[in-house]
Design a protein around this ligand. Structure first.
Ligand code: NAD
Length: 301
């Protein structure tokens, strides 16, 4: 059934996601601080507004897709003052677990239904409507929210109570960051040992080392033609976003007392790579940092 959905944050992800809601027959009222983002969303049939209050007027549901936790809390704090009880609010940004829980509380205390529903799948998944949504919130919120997510989703997974979607997202991305560094180390070592990229790929991708970082996003050019390595490491999933997620994982580990030594090391390495990388490269580009470190270590002083 057609609904009126307010969409706040029409950037690289929110733009195409809101467009898919329009294609599914919903009326979408969009709001973004950036005029360029509003103009781009209009070309996909989104009605845009220059004021948050006007954008959410008459909306059955509100979706936010914003850069970070403080911004989500700021926007949800403003929404808590204006939206009627019964409205469903979904935050699909990637933010820290504690801010996600605080955002739920701001709106459930006003009688609204709330979900944290971060996504995996990147801008390609946002355009194709094939994102995986990881949801946290009450069963009632999921019942109301899941049909709204469907036009943007390949899969909607219920992870648990408020904050559980963000928890699942940062656990997944911490593992992804660690596995990509492992994949890069394996290929960099293989190069030093004189192995062809294709030969090493043919072994790892069908053996016990197989993982998404090798089989789908292979960090060297050749074996997987669609991987960013074949287009000079143009993202894909930018290293800066991986760094953001690794830092969120470290923040969560610290606040809950979890031991994540490899996650901490991955955050350090991506911090170094992000500081050196001026092109906004895909996170698989970290292989250049690892090759460089090995080369420096082997040179006589
Ligand atoms: P983006 O920077 O392209 O878009 C964010 C948009 O929010 C911008 O257009 C900005 O103008 C707008 N904005 C900022 N503050 C605002 C406010 N107060 N009110 C209204 N609009 C505001 O970022 P993105 O790539 O679309 O990512 C959005 C979220 O999705 C982030 O949390 C990111 O970590 C997460 N994410 C991104 C990807 C990806 O591949 N890009 C993948 C998964 C998850």
């Amino acid at each position: 059934m057609s609904k009126t959905i307010a969409f706040i944050g029409l950037g690289n992800m929110g733009g195409p996601m809101s467009g898919n809601l329009v294609k599914a027959g919903h009326v979408v009222q969009g709001y973004d601080l950036s005029e360029a983002a509003r103009r781009a969303a209009e070309t996909q049939g989104v009605l845009t507004f220059q004021d948050l209050k006007e954008a959410v007027q008459g909306a059955d549901a509100i979706i936010t897709m914003l850069p970070n936790g403080p911004l989500v809390l700021d926007v949800w704090g403003q929404l808590a003052e204006i939206v009627p009880a019964g409205t469903i609010l979904i935050d699909s940004s990637t933010i820290d677990v504690d801010s996600a829980i605080a955002a739920h509380e701001l709106l459930t205390s006003k009688g609204c239904l709330t979900l944290d529903a971060p996504v995996s799948g990147g801008t390609g998944g946002a355009e194709a409507g094939s994102l995986t949504f990881m949801t946290g919130g009450s069963e009632a919120a999921l019942q109301s929210g899941a049909p709204l997510l469907e036009p943007m989703a390949g899969r909607v997974v219920r992870c648990g109570s408020p904050g559980a979607g963000q928890a699942a997202k940062i656990c997944n991305n911490m593992l992804l960051g660690i596995s990509m560094i492992g994949a890069c180390e394996a290929f960099a070592l293989g190069e030093k040992l004189g192995l062809e990229h294709q030969a090493l790929f043919d072994v790892i991708s069908t053996s016990s080392g197989q993982c998404w970082s090798v089989n789908t996003n292979c960090p060297v050019p050749g074996p997987v033609p669609t991987s960013p390595a074949n287009r000079a490491y143009q993202p894909g999933f930018a290293a800066a976003l991986m760094l953001k997620d690794l830092r969120l994982a470290q923040q969560a580990a610290l606040s809950r007392g979890a031991q994540t030594p490899l996650g901490a090391e991955a955050a350090q390495l991506y911090g170094m790579y992000d500081a050196l990388d001026e092109k906004g490269s895909d996170f698989s580009g970290i292989i250049s940092l690892l090759r460089g470190a090995a080369d420096r270590a082997s040179k006589p002083s």
